[in-house]
Design a protein around this ligand. Structure first.
Ligand code: ZN
Length: 493
């Protein structure tokens, strides 16, 4: 059995997250006042469903305070109710995947069944995972049930995306926000596995795993398991962790990869991807991990979460997220799976080779492929993107401190790209071909009440200055900036 299932916490005391242990202990202290609906929110791999099952056992155990025996609220994990909940055979504890049961019919069906008494337990417990996936109609149907639930029912909703859960639902639940573990908590959690499995491991390896998994207990256990299997009974060393970079641990790989992007070492970045491809790493997984890493880095800029901050400005992070998201979209059409990622590298680390004649076409002349683009088209598109960047090459990532202390009136190029993306999207909703023209222009200056765009093509300038188009732009800019701005288009060589 895999570690994270084998070592899934079975009691409140087993939970690695101290804040969560305290919260549950106080919420469940009195069997007379147990909430009838919980909402567990938190990042994936932090133990939401494991915690939900512990609660299901607490309220149904035959040997604890809830059964009128003793003062302990912890489940005994040996009575028939506890055992059937642990092994998933309980008729009264139902785990429902919100993603595949998201419609009104499924929720109506659930409403009917909720009324029936439990088969053998004291309480029927409905654990709905990924509850944010429910449709609006399904939420409305669910709302009626949780407004007046039968006394024998307990709902536990879990989600990684609480902002997608309607306020009307949230307000009727006791909200438990499960945060990522601290480094010490993750190390402690791994230590338990090390002892139970009698592994020989250097302490620094545990700390390194905690660092790279950034508080995710499940990921940390996965990495430890990979290491244990690779070590074949020998001591697990930091060297082993580092050699395994390319074969399993996406997070370690993502960090090394982003480090090479930060120092703008394109050659090394490409070779990392080639090696990963040679070792059959899933490129979609690598992209997901990179996006996860960038998300964590972005949060760190706002003082949220724990972890080591990499040398990337917020603007660069936003830019990289955009580049990797597009690469993800191209992946399903790519016949060479690593190619979209390699093209992304070229975008993030623009080269400085001479322009060819072909590249002198305006960037906007590249049509977005509606069908299945072939690799030549993808390469062409790429050339135009690097061409666009050569007109105004993006700043390499700058150290974080420099960015926050600098109060430059000059808008940075990367920021400009974000603004331009917004503008293009807004204009596209009104006039698709005009948004194509915008792809060939650059925001080069910005004051309190005016913007200056530049283009190398007089026909772009003329198009944008047509009064109807000017009005569309003006409205879109007003929406983005929240106020009226003047703007002009300048022709540059
Ligand atoms: Zn029990």
């Amino acid at each position: 059995m895999v570690y994270y299932r084998k070592y899934r916490p079975q009691t409140i005391a087993d939970l690695d997250n101290a804040a969560l242990r305290d919260r549950l202990t106080s919420l469940l202290a009195n069997p007379e006042h147990v909430p009838h609906a919980f909402l567990f929110t938190g990042p994936k791999g932090t133990g939401k469903t494991s915690t939900a099952r512990i609660i299901a056992k607490i309220v149904n155990c035959e040997e604890n305070l809830y059964a009128g025996k003793g003062k302990n609220i912890e489940p005994c994990n040996t009575c028939s109710e506890c055992v059937s909940i642990t092994n998933g055979s309980s008729m009264d504890v139902l785990e429902i995947d919100g993603a595949s049961n998201r419609g009104i019919d499924e929720i109506r069906d659930l409403r009917e069944k909720v009324r029936l008494s439990p088969v053998s337990a004291r309480k029927k417990v409905y654990i709905i995972d990924e509850v944010h996936m429910l449709t609006t109609e399904a939420f409305n149907a669910l709302l009626k049930t949780i407004e007046e639930p039968p006394a024998h029912v307990l709902f536990i909703f879990c989600t990684t995306e609480p902002h997608k859960v309607p306020d009307t639902i949230i307000s009727r639940c006791v909200h438990v926000a499960i945060t990522k573990g601290s480094k010490e908590e993750v190390v402690g959690s791994l230590q338990k596995v090390v002892e139970a499995e009698k592994l020989s491991i250097d302490q620094e390896v545990l700390e390194e795993i905690a660092r790279i998994t950034d508080g995710g207990f499940r990921d940390a256990k996965k990495i430890l398991e990979e290491l244990a299997s690779a070590a074949e009974g020998k001591t697990i060393t930091l060297d082993l962790l580092h050699t395994l970079h390319h074969s399993g641990t996406g997070l370690v790989f993502a960090q090394e990869f982003m480090n090479t992007i930060c120092v703008q070492d394109g050659e090394k970045a490409i070779s990392l991807i080639e090696n990963a491809a040679a070792e059959n790493m899933d490129m979609g997984y690598i992209l997901d991990t990179l996006l996860d890493l960038l998300h964590t880095q972005l949060l760190l800029h706002y003082g949220i979460g724990e972890g080591e901050m990499m040398e990337m400005s917020e603007e660069f992070i936003a830019y990289a997220v955009d580049v990797f998201s597009r690469a993800k979209g191209q992946m399903k059409y790519a016949s060479v799976s690593q190619l979209p990622l390699e093209l992304a590298i070229i975008e993030l680390i623009p080269g400085d080779e001479k322009e060819s004649e072909e590249e002198k076409e305006p960037a906007s002349s590249v049509k977005v492929q509606s069908g299945k683009p072939n690799l030549t088209m993808m390469m062409k598109k790429q050339q135009h993107i690097t061409f666009q960047q050569r007109i105004n090459p993006p700043k390499p990532p700058v150290p974080v401190k420099k960015v926050s202390s600098e109060k430059s009136p000059q808008i940075s190029v990367n920021h400009d790209i974000t603004f331009m993306d917004n503008l293009i999207q807004k204009v596209k909703a009104v006039n698709n071909s005009l948004s194509g023209v915008l792809r060939g222009i650059t925001l080069s200056d910005k004051t309190d009440d005016s913007l200056t765009f530049t283009t190398r093509f007089s026909f772009h300038k003329e198009r944008l200055e047509e009064s109807a188009n000017y009005a569309i732009m003006e409205k879109a800019i007003r929406e983005i900036m929240g106020k009226q701005m003047k703007f002009n288009i300048q022709l540059v060589k």
